[in-house]
Design a protein around this ligand. Structure first.
Ligand code: CMC
Length: 433
């Protein structure tokens, strides 16, 4: 990769009775890494890094984060510039291609999105067969993987990867909107070729035979920004899952479905749903903010302040700063007074002035305010993580492609330090205690 510099200096590791030199290299933003690939062979030793938090699993040129400085860049562009000036479709193109599209390139990509927006009619039987209380993330992950059965010819990437990417980005949006309509027992609304990506989604979600839905520009703008801010975040849990699955040679759809499942957890993408549930709980508990701050600090209580803290950002999350502005702006334009926004602001203020949160560098993350925007748009709470998945899809696709295109492709297979029982003799059933 272009940005990789092999350093002349070596890292020196001293082990009992052994001293070995390990290659050092540097990424394009100056991040240094020790190549420990030969460690086991040369020193009979592996590294231990619980949760991989200090391990680079790959070389990547898609996304850059400096967690200390609060920097996030997609393909070298600052998130603030991208979110202020681009549409989600432009950002999807940027992530998949590595460059911003020209006008004709964007037009072609948008046409692909339109051409591939429908899902096979028979797939509707799946929606009908799902119990009404199914979580939309369960529907999404099963639907994404079943796309490969309905469209077997698309299992392998098209020689024109734009088509492969557009097909998936477009169909996932349709699946999400259909699952919402089905959950309400309403007829589905088909995608329209005359509407851009976000407006089309809103129309599929909220248009109804009995009530005309007005697509408001401020809502389209807010949705574009939210999806952009979620579009990639380097080696987070779901993206690493996608790359792990891709490394086995599994098809794009299998990898994306695994990404959806990994995203679902409340410590990752599921946090947006958990934040709304937490804010509602606080309101129903007489706005007892002090109690919830105390619970979050209590090591005997499993409760955490949802939407707070980040594995990488230890100063502030640049996405959350931006999102807070989008939230205030949209609610003001729509003349919405959401009591949850008030609780969120009070909770943020209380946490940011508390030494527990200050010392641990815990700040609001991308999920703290995003749910309040989605509520204003009309998205139900249990669909919030689906919205995150729609946004993250271009990033996952870019990482899948980077993995399978890698000349030095390798199946991912971490090691472990075994701490179980040493070899013991088998005990027959009649002698077991
Ligand atoms: N509330 C209370 N305490 C917290 C929180 C929180 N939200 N987050 C971290 N801590 C404490 C944690 O208990 C630990 O304390 P101590 O040092 O006394 O043991 C310390 O802070 C460090 O925590 P950690 O678990 O080692 O931190 P991490 O960087 O591995 O975890 C996190 C990151 C996001 C899982 C965690 O901050 C968390 O659970 N946050 C709430 C869930 C959430 O909002 N997730 C969305 C993340 S952003 C969207 C995405 O990209 O996934």
């Amino acid at each position: 990769m272009d940005g990789l510099t092999q350093m002349s200096e070596k890292a020196v590791l001293t082990l009992p009775g052994k001293r070995i030199e390990l290659p050092l290299f540097e990424g394009s933003e100056g991040e240094r890494a020790i190549d420990i690939g030969a460690l086991r062979k040369e020193a009979g030793c592996i590294t231990f890094d619980n949760g991989f938090s200090n391990t680079a699993s790959c070389l990547s040129d898609i996304c850059f984060i400096d967690g200390e400085k609060g920097i996030l860049r997609y393909r070298g562009y600052d998130i603030e510039d991208i979110a202020a000036h681009c549409t989600f479709v432009e950002v999807a193109y940027l992530l998949v291609h590595g460059k911003l599209p020209t006008e004709p390139e964007l037009k072609t990509f948008s046409e692909y999105l339109n051409e591939h927006s429908m899902i096979h009619e028979d797939m509707q039987n799946f929606f009908n067969g799902m119990p009404p209380q199914s979580h939309p993330m369960a529907i999404l992950s099963s639907m994404v993987t079943s796309l490969s059965s309905f469209y077997p010819h698309i299992m392998d990437a098209d020689p024109n990867f734009d088509i492969t990417a557009a097909r998936l980005i477009s169909k996932v949006r349709t699946i999400a909107a259909f699952s919402y309509k089905k959950s309400r027992g309403e007829p589905v609304v088909y995608p329209r070729h005359d509407l851009p990506y976000c407006a089309n989604f809103l129309n599929m979600m909220f248009q109804s035979p009995v009530k005309q839905y007005e697509i408001r520009p401020e809502v389209v703008e807010a949705l574009n920004k939210l999806l952009i801010l979620h579009a990639d975040h380097e080696q987070n849990c779901s993206t690493s899952t996608v790359r792990m699955v891709a490394s086995s040679g599994a098809n794009l759809y299998a990898a994306m479905s695994a990404g959806v499942s990994a995203l679902w957890g409340p410590y990752h993408g599921g946090a947006n749903q958990a934040v709304i549930e937490m804010l509602n709980e606080i309101i129903n508990d007489n706005m007892n903010i002090k109690k919830y701050i105390a619970k979050a600090k209590d090591k005997n209580d499993k409760f955490r302040l949802m939407g707070f803290g980040h594995a990488v950002y230890k100063n502030f999350d640049p996405r959350s700063k931006f999102i807070k502005g989008v939230c205030d702006n949209l609610l003001a334009k729509m003349k919405i007074i959401d009591p949850l926004l008030d609780v969120a602001k009070q909770l943020e203020e209380a946490a940011l002035s508390d030494s527990y949160f200050i010392e641990r560098k815990l700040y609001p993350n991308v999920d703290f305010y995003s749910g309040i925007i989605y509520r204003a748009i009309g998205i139900p709470t249990n669909m919030l993580t689906v919205m995150f998945a729609i946004g993250r899809l271009p990033g996952w696709i870019a990482h899948w492609k980077e993995t399978v295109d890698n000349k030095h492709w390798k199946i991912w297979r971490p090691r472990q330090v075994y701490v179980g029982p040493a070899r013991r003799d088998f005990i027959p059933m009649n002698k077991r205690a």
